[in-house]
Every structure is written in structure tokens, then in C-alpha cells.
Design a protein around this ligand. Structure first.
Ligand code: ACO
Length: 427
């Protein structure tokens, strides 16, 4: 039976249809609201706004559930690789052996970047932020690899090219920032192993691949691969809705991810934990500051717009953190601080009342640190992981029969019409 929500305004009743998602969640379809009533909705931060229908990722923030294409993040973390997960997101199903082999060959074929792009890297100022460099380089790919006439083929090759080249670009930026020679991708390495080798191999110290480190990186990227309509994914969809090329839309996503309230939080957590360590580990003071309304300080790695319980990715990441630290026989004081901080915060009425739990970033930085990734590359690591999600959501949006250019409205609160005063008469 069709359901409706009633809007009573100006003495009249309007029926707006209710649409239901596959997990039973309901939404009011307000597309005709303005036409019927003259009203618009007001929802800064979009907390109550569904911007699209999507069949990619399901999240239940109250129960702490996350699934890609129906498969739980726990299952994927246990059994899958990042490439398989990327395939699942983009194609809707896990690959067969032959499909996986095909994509591996394609990723290998696309892994080199045009030699001229190295010149760009050389000319960035020494301390440029790697996120700014990555977004620029991804945008520049469009000039080096123009779109083909066959739309379908062009989209497919652009998606694969991006997936493969982004890790080459990221590793190149790191090497060049250190004044080292760029390491080329290797045909005999898997996706994650290749990235690690490009990052850390040097002519004087060959990088020895460790299966557990490769696994940890696979896990990190699987857990970041998609997260429905978050800030950067929404940026990709909004920018993409103007029908720009995929490189430009992804470049916009990278810029959106950069901020400390979003992808930049993994770096901010490590910086916060390091500061606490340097200041002698006074956790009570940090928690007190986070609760103080007059202090802008927030506990980084805590809280989430959707999760009102533990972020399920944080649970998996915490276990991975323990595992990789004990395997590498590292006793990281930052992990001890993180554990104490979590314990204190979770018992504190402020954090309980505000439903503030650790999010994935609370532990991911420690994992990245342990496998040797420098702190200023953390958000780049997140961006590489989120790429399959951005690509998938962009593809879904351009194929959506309900697609329209994104163009929200506003509630104007400025001055009413005012006369122009010529410069001689202004006081
Ligand atoms: N520390 C202290 N207080 C917090 C925190 C925090 N980390 N997060 C939220 N709060 C408080 C706010 O002060 C506010 O309190 P009030 O209602 O008493 O004024 C309340 O909780 C709600 O906060 P909002 O900012 O309205 O929540 P929103 O959903 O807009 O923000 C966000 C979510 C940005 C993630 C926020 O929790 C935050 O800033 N966390 C720290 C940064 C972080 O870890 N970001 C990573 C997010 S996950 C990701 O992108 C991978």
C-alpha cells in the first residue's frame, strides 16, 4: 500500500509519497514539495536529507553495521583483498578467478604514469601537502589520458587507470619529496605489495615484502573503500553532476577528504596522541578540554555523523593494530595512550550522552605508523582506499534515471533590495 506523509501548511494538506529502501528505512520524497507548497526544506549539514538512492553501501549507525553490496565489512576484512573489494563495489559482485586475473592484468598494464608528470612533482614547493599534490596530479591525468570516443570503454579504462595510477602517483610524490629516485611498479607484485615497494625500495636497501604488512595494508584499504554519502563522496557526486570528467570529480573528492573533520582525522589523531605523550600523558586534561564548550579542541578519532555506537571498522582496526604491533615486536606508547584515552572517554557521561565512540581513525594511524607510512601521507592512504567507493558512486549517479545537476536552494537572510549609491556619495 502506498504511504504518504502529510504536510499541513497555510490551511491546506499536501500528501508527499514515502519511499522505502531495501533495509526498511523510509524517506519522504519531497521533489514536489516546492512546486506544491512553495516551501523548501532547511537542513544544514544534510543530517536528515537523502541525496540519492544507492545500491552500493548499507550503514546502520545505531547498530554499527556496514556492508558493501550486501557483504559485511567483517566478512570482507577476514576473507577479501582490496582489489577484490574494489571489484565488488564497482561491479556489484565478487569476481571469479578469471575476472580477478583479468583485472590484475589491467591494473598492471595501467600502472605506469606518463614520464612528463614527474616534472610537475619536481616543481611543487618542498613542503607542499601531499593531498594538494595528489588532487592536482589526478586532475592532470585528464590532460595526459583524454577520454575516448566510445563512452563505455572510456569510462571503464578511466576507472581502471585511476585505480592503478593513484598508488603510483602517491608513491612517486613521497619519493620525490624525499629527494629519492622514483621506483617503478613491478609486474610480479600484487596491488598492495606494489605500493609498499614503490614507497620503500631504494637502490641501497631493497625493500623486503612482509606478508603481514601487505595484509595490514589490504585491510586498511578494504575498511576505507566506501562509506555511502559522506563528505568526500557527496563532493564527487555533486561535482560529477555537472557532467565533468571522472578525473575532475575524483580530484574534488580528494580535496574534500583533506579536512581534519573527515579524512585528515587519521593524521590529527596521531598528532594529538603524540602531543599527549610529549606532555606527560595527562589524559584527564585532554578529556576535560574536549568537553569544555569554550575550548574548540575535540577528541580526534571520536564521534561520527552516522554511527551512534562503535564504528564497526574501528573494532576491526583495533584488533589489526594489536596484531601488527606484536608481530613487529613494537611497543608503541601511542597505542597505550589511545587505549587509556578510549577507556576514560567511554566511561565519561559527556561522551556517553553525546554517543561519542572511537571511529576508524582512532586506530588506523597507529597501523599506518607501524608499517612505516609517514604521518603526512596518512590522508593520502585514506584517499587511495576510498577511490573504489568514489568511482562506484560517481558511476551510479551518472547511470541514475533520477539524475539532475545538484543545485540545492537556500533560505536568504540578507538585506532586502537596496539602492546603489555612487562612490562620491558613500560615507
Ligand atoms: N570531541 C568532543 N566533542 C565532540 C566530538 C569530539 N570528537 N564530536 C562531537 N562532539 C560533540 C559536539 O561538541 C556537539 O556537542 P553539543 O551538542 O553539546 O554542542 C555534539 O557532540 C555533536 O557534534 P557535531 O559536530 O554536531 O556532530 P557532527 O555529526 O556534525 O560531526 C564529526 C561529526 C565531524 C565526525 C565530529 O564528531 C568530530 O569533529 N569528530 C572529530 C574528528 C574526527 O574524528 N573525524 C573523523 C570522522 S570519521 C571519517 O571521516 C573517516
Amino acid at each position: 500500500m502506498d504511504e504518504f506523509a502529510k504536510v499541513i501548511f497555510d490551511g491546506k494538506t499536501f500528501n508527499l509519497p514515502i519511499v522505502t529502501g531495501s533495509e526498511g528505512e523510509k524517506a519522504i520524497d519531497i521533489r514536489m514539495l516546492r512546486q506544491k507548497t512553495g516551501l523548501i526544506t532547511y537542513d544544514p549539514g544534510f543530517g536528515s536529507t537523502g541525496s540519492c538512492k544507492s545500491a552500493v553501501t548499507f550503514m546502520d549507525g545505531e547498530k554499527g553495521i556496514l556492508r558493501y553490496r550486501g557483504i559485511s565489512i567483517e566478512q570482507l576484512a577476514k576473507h577479501s583483498t582490496f582489489v577484490e573489494t574494489a571489484y565488488l563495489l564497482i561491479n556489484g559482485e565478487l569476481p571469479t578467478y578469471s575476472e580477478l586475473n583479468k583485472i590484475r592484468v589491467q591494473l598492471n598494464d595501467y600502472s605506469l604514469v606518463h614520464e612528463d608528470m614527474q616534472v610537475f612533482f619536481q616543481n611543487f614547493p618542498r613542503f607542499s601537502n601531499p593531498m594538494g599534490i595528489l588532487s592536482t596530479m589526478v586532475n592532470a591525468l585528464r590532460s595526459f589520458y583524454p577520454v575516448l570516443d566510445d563512452v563505455e570503454e572510456s569510462i571503464n579504462s578511466t576507472m581502471l587507470r585511476l585505480l592503478s595510477k593513484v598508488r603510483t602517483l602517491a608513491a612517486m610524490s613521497y619519493k620525490i619529496s624525499r629527494g629519492h629516485k622514483v621506483v617503478y611498479p613491478r609486474q610480479d607484485c600484487t596491488y598492495c605489495a606494489n605500493f609498499l615497494n614503490m614507497m620503500f625500495d631504494t637502490p641501497v636497501r631493497p625493500y623486503i615484502l612482509d606478508e603481514d604488512v601487505v595484509k595490514a595494508l589490504n585491510l586498511f584499504w578494504i575498511l576505507h573503500a566506501d562509506h555511502e554519502q559522506n563528505c568526500s563522496t557527496s563532493a564527487v557526486r555533486v561535482v560529477g553532476s555537472g557532467k565533468v570528467n571522472l578525473y575532475a570529480a575524483i580530484s574534488a573528492g580528494i580535496c574534500a577528504l583533506w579536512g581534519p573533520l573527515h579524512g585528515g582525522a587519521n593524521q590529527a589523531v596521531i598528532e594529538m596522541l603524540s602531543d599527549i605523550h610529549k606532555d606527560g600523558g595527562d589524559i584527564d586534561n585532554v578529556v576535560a578540554r574536549a568537553k569544555d564548550r569554550n575550548d574548540s579542541f575535540r577528541l580526534m578519532g571520536f564521534g561520527h555523523r552516522v554511527y551512534k555506537t562503535y564504528d564497526p571498522r574501528a573494532i576491526i582496526m583495533k584488533k589489526a593494530c594489536d596484531k601488527i604491533l606484536s608481530k613487529m615486536k613494537i611497543n608503541d606508547p601511542l597505542l597505550d595512550i589511545a587505549l587509556k584515552l578510549e577507556e576514560v572517554a567511554l566511561k565519561d557521561p559527556y561522551f556517553i550522552d553525546h554517543n561519542l565512540y572511537p571511529n576508524i581513525d582512532f586506530y588506523s594511524g597507529i597501523v599506518l605508523r607501524t608499517i612505516g607510512i609517514p604521518t603526512n601521507m596518512f590522508t593520502v592512504m585514506f584517499a587511495i582506499g576510498r577511490l573504489p567507493g568514489w568511482i562506484t558512486q560517481w558511476k551510479e549517479s551518472i547511470d541514475d534515471p533520477d539524475w539532475r545537476i545538484s543545485r540545492p536552494r537556500q533560505l536568504y537572510t540578507g538585506l532586502k533590495e537596496k539602492k546603489y549609491i555612487s562612490i562620491e556619495d558613500r560615507k
